[in-house]
Design a protein around this ligand. Structure first.
Ligand SMILES: *Cc1c(COP(=O)(O)O)cnc(C)c1O
Length: 443
């Protein structure tokens, strides 16, 4: 089994991206292997950092279980199921998308507390901040039972501090819900793409929602500026945060365990392909890092982005990382996949991905809905449009690797959000996919 090289130069790919065409890019600079071997200079993280993040989440599990009873079954560990989706695979085959191997869905769409992938990194970062404050104040020791974080004296203590974040929506939901629960004051700076129902839900949870007419970058910049002026405010910086990254990275270990539990091995003869929707790159980057840490070269990771907001693809194809944006090449940055409505990739994550990512591809908005509708009908799994961006992955890969039929591959589509979407809005998404299917009757 072997990756094919790009058939196009970086320059011609960039031109296609600028014209809003769906593209595929195989990373020619992937040196990769095991993350432990990566040149120290670019990667600030080690396996020990993931150990620490994992241990912190375990310390907080008794608190999470107390504060969010829906996590009782998992003893306060925020995790999602891995499901094999046979029927969806058959659907993909029936419309001519070749899937060589088994197809799975990682259901972060159904993570407890906030119903999106942001329940990993976002909640982790706020817990870390709360722990630091409580340890410094002598309120708790690391060996104590952390369910005490739910006590009134902790809430009163945290009410003297605040948390702020800029977001297209889902990160704001995670940060807002956990921060308000702990007792922090919390400001969520929302971009224009953010859906009204997310703003309303947060306001009901006691969050101060600040709305901007500009895009995600503007909301982050404004939030950062306001927070910097206040020493008792912690700003969750989606474009640069190491804590978010490590919270996401813990997913690699959890996935490894889920695969072991199913007797699925990851080796040269049984490679793993993982496809993750990407916005600024923090969530998919952290997850990619965690997976590479587990499986090294036997895991192949691809990011999926909207054609109008290909932040990471553009940053990596040009090698300019965060120094180039969708608008710089004439794209709008707008997409119905609101979780992916980001024009410029993370400065922290893009250089790391330049070394370990297998590649990227972009998807047209209209393509997302038939995946959404079929997944709902065939598997009864309901996800949001952003979460569907990864579905073309296995088909694209089958054209860009040689010898896939000689191995036993497992493909994982990372479904990044959906269970928090209100019913009426989900039905609208569903109908859109249905209409599109009818329209393309011959498909
Ligand atoms: C945030 C988000 C992503 C991508 O995460 P980034 O860290 O922005 O790259 C993907 N899907 C959904 C539903 C999201 O909310």
């Amino acid at each position: 089994m072997k990756r094919k090289n790009n058939s196009k130069t970086a320059e011609s790919l960039k031109n296609e991206i600028a014209r809003g065409k769906p593209v595929f890019w195989a990373n020619p600079a992937m040196i990769v292997s095991d993350v432990h071997d990566l040149p120290q200079k670019k990667i600030n993280f080690t396996r020990t950092d993931i150990d620490e993040a994992e241990a912190r989440l375990e310390r907080f599990a008794p608190y999470i279980e107390t504060a969010f009873p829906e996590t009782r079954d998992s003893n306060g560990i925020i995790e999602s199921p891995l499901k094999e989706i046979h029927k969806m695979k058959n659907y993909l085959l029936s419309v001519g998308e070749v899937v060589q191997g088994n197809l799975f869905l990682k259901c972060d769409s159904h993570l407890p507390i906030s119903g999106s992938v942001k329940a990993r990194g976002g909640i982790y970062e706020v817990l870390k901040y709360a722990e630091e404050l409580a340890l410094d104040a002598g309120l708790i020791k690391k060996c104590d039972n952390y369910s005490r974080f739910a006590d009134d004296d902790f809430k009163k203590f945290f009410s003297g501090y605040s948390v702020a974040v800029g977001s297209t929506g889902n990160l704001g939901m995670s940060i807002g819900i956990i921060s308000a629960k702990l007792g922090f004051k919390v400001d969520v700076h929302m971009s224009q793409d953010a859906k009204d129902w997310k703003k309303e839900l947060l306001r009901r949870a006691g969050v101060n929602v600040v709305e901007y007419s500009g895009d995600y970058e503007k909301a982050v910049a404004e939030g950062r500026k306001l927070a910097e002026a206040d020493p008792k405010c912690h700003f969750v910086d989606d474009e640069n945060s190491q804590d978010l990254f490590l919270g996401y990275a813990v997913a690699g270990r959890r996935l490894a365990k889920q695969l072991r539990d199913r007797d699925i091995s990851v080796s040269e003869a049984t490679p793993l392909f993982v496809y993750i929707p990407c916005g600024v790159g923090g969530a998919p980057g952290g997850i990619a890092f965690g997976i590479k840490d587990e499986f090294g070269d036997n895991a192949h990771i691809y990011f999926a982005e909207p054609v109008q907001a290909p932040a990471m693809t553009l940053g990596l194809v040009t090698g300019l990382y965060e120094k180039i944006s969708a608008q710089d090449v004439g794209l709008s940055g707008k997409t119905e996949a609101d979780g992916l409505a980001v024009s410029r990739p993370s400065a922290l994550v893009s250089p790391i991905m330049a070394e370990m990512l297998d590649g990227c591809f972009t998807v047209e908005d209209e393509e997302l809905y038939p995946y959404l509708t079929n997944l709902a009908e065939l598997e009864d799994i309901w996800v949001e449009p952003s979460a569907c961006a990864a579905f073309p992955g296995p088909g694209i890969i089958s054209e860009n690797w040689d010898g896939l039929e000689e191995v036993k591959a497992n493909h994982i589509i990372w479904a990044t959000g959906g269970s928090a979407v209100p019913e009426d809005i989900m039905q609208e998404y569903y109908r859109r996919g249905k209409n599109k299917e009818n329209f393309n009757g011959e498909e």
